[in-house]
Ligand binder design. Structure first.
Ligand SMILES: NC(=O)c1ccc[n+]([C@@H]2O[C@H](COP(=O)([O-])OP(=O)(O)OC[C@H]3O[C@@H](n4cnc5c(N)ncnc54)[C@H](OP(=O)(O)O)[C@@H]3O)[C@@H](O)[C@H]2O)c1
Length: 256
């Protein structure tokens, strides 16, 4: 779909994903789940993965897995990624929404640094290359989740900030490298989104108020609001966009 010409948008609804296969890494929870559900609503067959054994191991408040095909996959495990047998034989859209953060200054220690870089950057490249040939077959679309801290900073989380800057630059570099093979690589840089990753802030009224104060729109985003951007990027409406990362932050970076 993403490799379609501008003329195709005249023939079919550009946001109709029926017949398309979508795989969302990190789709078990939060932003990835919000994105997965948007594609499901638009008719796609949607597969997601997370670290837990079964879909029933997730709390409904973390993500709604109904209608999604769930698989367990730890994307930091190179062996598991190499031998992973997906339940789809065609891939039109790959969304990489895996992510982690270590609080309490743990990212200033080697273990915390290594853990965050492994999930937020190394696994992004590993997943992109693992599924590249399937995306090329479909002239598909790859969407990488980075963060506004790829542009701004996160003084308590050096690994998170550096990994996200790396993910954003990887988006641009893969965009250039794989365009000739028909794969469009683009990204989303969210600001503050209500998920289990940010519950440490959002569940504390004082911290939540302080965080929201810096956002011109005056609120955090919901995961589904990232989903609309992902639909656009994967659709023929974005057929000439390559290597871009769209900031979706309610104006947070404008106000810094
Ligand atoms: N929330 C925000 O404000 C915000 C802002 C900017 C960017 N982001 C980025 O958006 C993405 C999604 O984050 P989120 O807020 O939605 O957090 P989340 O709800 O914690 O979701 C993170 C997802 O990544 C998966 N994951 C983590 N480690 C993994 C591994 N080793 N292998 C496979 N999957 C793994 C998690 O699976 P399990 O649940 O099984 O661990 C979960 O599905 C991340 O890249 C994050 O950095 C979030």
């Amino acid at each position: 779909m993403s490799g379609a010409s501008a003329d195709d948008t005249m023939i079919r609804d550009p946001l109709d994903f029926s017949g398309k296969r979508v795989f969302v890494v990190g789709g078990s929870s939060g932003i990835g789940n919000g994105i997965a559900r948007r594609f499901l609503d638009q008719g796609a067959e949607v597969h997601v993965c997370g670290t837990r054994a079964a879909a029933s191991d997730y709390r409904p408040e973390d993500g709604d897995l109904s209608g999604l095909c769930y698989a367990q996959l730890d994307v930091t495990d190179r062996g598991a990624l190499a031998t992973f047998r997906p339940a789809f034989d065609q891939l039109d859209v790959l969304v990489l929404s895996q992510g982690t953060v270590v609080y309490n200054r743990g990212e200033f220690e080697p273990e915390g640094w290594d853990r965050v870089m492994a999930v937020n950057l190394d696994s992004v490249m590993a997943c992109a290359t693992r599924f590249k040939s399937m995306l090329a077959e479909q002239r598909g679309s790859l969407i990488i989740l980075s963060s506004v801290v790829a542009i701004a900073t996160a003084r308590g989380n050096p690994a998170y900030a550096a990994s996200k800057a790396g993910a954003k630059h990887l988006t641009a570099t893969l965009g250039e490298a794989w365009a000739a093979e028909g794969i469009r690589v683009n990204g989303i840089a969210p600001g503050l989104v209500h998920t289990k990753m940010t519950s440490v802030t959002m569940d504390n009224p004082r911290r939540a108020a302080a965080a929201v104060q810096g956002i011109p729109l005056g609120r955090a985003a919901e995961p589904a609001e990232m989903g609309g951007v992902a639909l656009f990027l994967a659709s023929p409406l974005a057929s000439y966009i390559i290597g871009e990362t769209i900031v979706v932050d309610g104006g947070y970076t404008l106000a810094r």
